[in-house]
Design a protein. Structure first.
Length: 280
């Protein structure tokens, strides 16, 4: 009980003001979740949920009797949304996990999926702005709605494994930083500023991972039949020249690795004649 009371009342003096420790800890958990998400770790989801619960109490300042009695309904609402979508992502990644392999393979969203993301972001912001204004959210209300809808879409995209979800976070951070500073949530504003650069790094990490896994997939499906193969005349040493001189018996290929469907058989007797143990 004492720990809970401390968690709700503890403040960190900053200049002439203060920052709630709940806000600091909630953002630390959020950062840990982002790091885990970039590395595609299942534990990122429950860690993120803990941060969401803490930040929910922060952004409903008037409800929880915070020293900073400012309600950011979009910020508070997105914590609830985060919890719901994170439970879905946690379940999806845990179910898809195979042994020690990553639970999700990054992929690009299709053209249709990208169009839906843009329409949902713009349309959702327009639809929720009057709702948040009627509920008394902090101005400018459209930015609060933008953050809410963008966060929903980014979290959903992360659960689906879309590379583009990092770019949605960038769009959220661009709007979120000035809103949070103007409302007095300096710790969250600084974290959003940091997240802006972090999400760009995450985007390129997932992009490279996607390209690397795509190359491995192509090489697995269509192996190079020449990998690990050498003309027997080159691998057999000094006697190769004498064997290749027997024109009625062309040099066979020796197979040093299993190449699947691309495995080679011995050259037929109709193959071209050899010179110095090599093919023309």
């Amino acid at each position: 009980m004492d720990l809970l009371r401390w968690l709700f009342e503890a403040q960190l003096p900053v200049g002439g003001g203060f920052v709630l420790w709940r806000e600091v800890l909630g953002n630390v958990f959020g950062l840990a979740c982002a790091l885990g998400g970039m590395r595609r770790k299942v534990w990122a989801w429950p860690v993120g949920i803990l941060g969401n619960l803490l930040l929910l109490t922060v952004f409903l300042g008037a409800v929880f009797g915070s020293p900073n009695p400012v309600n950011l309904l979009g910020q508070a609402g997105r914590q609830v949304m985060f919890i719901v979508v994170s439970i879905y992502g946690w379940y999806r990644w845990k179910r898809a996990r195979d042994g020690d392999s990553a639970p999700v393979s990054p992929r690009w969203a299709s053209g249709r999926e990208r169009l839906l993301l843009v329409v949902a972001l713009v349309g959702g912001t327009a639809a929720l702005t009057p709702v948040f204004r009627a509920l008394g959210s902090y101005e400018p209300v459209w930015s609060d709605a933008w953050i809410f809808v963008g966060s929903l879409l980014a979290t959903w995209g992360m659960a689906r494994g879309w590379v583009e979800f990092w770019l949605i976070w960038v769009a959220v951070d661009v709007v979120g930083v000035p809103l949070l500073f103007s409302a007095g949530y300096y710790a969250s504003g600084l974290m959003y500023l940091f997240y802006g650069g972090f999400t760009l790094v995450g985007f390129f990490v997932w992009w490279r991972t996607r390209n690397r896994e795509e190359r491995v997939s192509v090489e697995t499906r269509f192996p190079d039949p020449t990998v690990g193969l050498e003309p027997a005349g080159e691998a057999a040493g000094p006697d190769a020249g004498r064997r290749s001189a027997r024109s009625s018996h062309p040099a066979p290929y020796s197979r040093h690795a299993d190449t699947g469907s691309g495995a080679l058989h011995h050259a037929s007797s109709t193959a071209p004649r050899h010179r110095s143990g090599g093919l023309r």
